[in-house]
Design a protein around this ligand. Sequence first.
Ligand code: ZN
Length: 152
Amino acid sequence: MNCELCGLYSDKFYKAEIEGAVLIVCSQCSRYGKILDEAEINTNENNKNSRTPHTVLREELRPDYAGVISESCKEKKVSLENLCKNILISKSEMKRILAGKLLPSDELIKKFEKYLGIKLTEPSLYKIKEPKSDTTISFEDVVEIKRKPKQG
Ligand SMILES: [Zn+2]
């Protein structure tokens, strides 16, 4: 069978509570939630392709990313100037990012993470509405279930 979260085909599954929903997931996905039970799944079932995953995990920019960046700079004694030089953006651009007025691109996020040794994204669980017939799932069909509460 396939993992209810990522759709991966596997024979080792866990029953886990993730964001309030009980799902049968693979070991990879089980770490995103609380494992309730180890599920023994019969892999010889012949309808293994009939089930489509109804939830997806996406790495999302965390809402408090600006705070994480400035905290990390303070901690590592990195000046704004040095940070700009190292990730190759202008000071004004950096200020807009830190003020939350400009969202860093995926490329920039990776540069921040690499240079400061931080994580600016977090896994976010999305629920997919039942697809109508066999049309492909578009982003409009993906709705956010719940964000993790802010830490601290
Ligand atoms: Zn999975």
